[in-house]
Design a binder for this molecule. Structure first.
Ligand code: ATP
Ligand code: MG
Length: 282
């Protein structure tokens, strides 16, 4: 059984008061994600990536289509059932501050799911110990416990978001451009942290990005989206090869590749972003 399966998902938005205008954000998308797998979702701005990610968790109601989470028909769930299943499916947003309560200290933000007893009740002392453990796991310092989000850097806040998510212990995460708002130097750290956590916690991920280097680094398979549709799904290696061969129909990738022999894409694919234990793509 797939961890996630989406069948013919569609989303139309209607706008305009006098003349109704229908925007097709997602135009019949089907895919699956196996347990422990990361599916990358790449495509140009506005092609519908975020809409797909949010529909999977029913943060946006699909116009039509089906979503299965471990065989459970997500579309058929009522509010109570949805609330019960929500902790198992989480989302990491581009802007970490939007997932943290500005009036809550970082330690309390991380402790909240533990206090709510999402994974069984913990005592006060145990909760604090677990929060400290999570703070360490994501590479924060104990001193961050008493800080507010506005007293942290973007990278630190994204680490705090990850710690909170680990406290929730989800099975499936939609990561929507989780490093796009961060400094380049911090991006790699956060991506590597997500990779590490994914392996250790056996997470399943939908990883959304418009950056093909990042997608290659993170994904087992890559789905290429264009104008509301998935036009191709490839194993990451084939995606990498395709990017290099510039065969893909994704214009941004083509442009990157064609922008000269020393192009950033070529360098990074062959070097920095190469996964440990794999050969560089020729
Ligand atoms: N609430 C809304 N009302 C009307 N149209 C919307 C709404 N949300 C998104 N859209 C439209 O749906 C399309 C897909 O948007 P979406 O946010 O899913 O794109 P995206 O691929 O995530 O883009 P980006 O890479 O810029 O984040 C866009 O054309 C967008 O303008
Ligand atoms: Mg988006």
């Amino acid at each position: 059984m797939h961890m996630i399966e989406a069948i013919d998902l569609k989303k139309h938005y209607s706008s305009g008061l006098l003349h109704k205008h229908l925007t097709t954000a997602v135009d019949g998308v089907s895919f699956f994600i196996e347990r422990g797998e990361t599916l990358g979702l790449i495509g140009e701005s506005g092609c519908g990536k975020t809409t797909v990610g949010r529909m999977l968790l029913r943060l946006i109601e699909p116009t039509s289509g089906k979503i299965f989470f471990e065989g459970i028909d997500i579309m058929s769930l009522n509010r109570t059932e949805l609330r019960r299943i929500r902790p198992r499916m989480q989302m990491i947003f581009q802007d970490p501050e939007s997932s943290l309560n500005p009036r809550m200290k970082i330690g309390d933000c991380i402790a909240e799911p533990l206090r709510l007893g999402l994974n069984g009740k913990l005592g006060k002392k145990q909760t604090r110990e677990r929060v400290m453990e999570l703070i360490e796991i994501v590479g924060l310092n104990p001193e961050h416990f008493n800080r507010y989000p506005h007293q942290m850097s973007g990278g630190q806040n994204q680490r705090a978001v990850l710690a909170r998510i680990l406290a929730i212990k989800p099975d499936f995460i939609v990561a929507d451009e989780p490093t796009a708002s961060l400094d380049v130097s911090v991006q790699a750290q956060i991506l590597n942290l997500i990779q590490k956590l994914k392996k250790e916690q056996e997470l399943t991920l939908l990883f959304i990005s418009h950056d093909h280097e990042v997608v290659q680094h993170m994904s087992d398979r890559v789905a290429i989206m264009d104008k509301g549709r998935i036009i191709e799904t490839l194993k990451w290696r084939d995606f990498a090869a395709k990017v290099l061969a510039s065969e893909t129909s994704l214009p941004k990738i083509k442009n990157d590749i064609l922008s000269g022999p020393g192009s950033k894409a070529k360098e990074t694919i062959k070097g920095i972003w190469r996964r440990p234990g794999t050969k560089p793509v020729q």
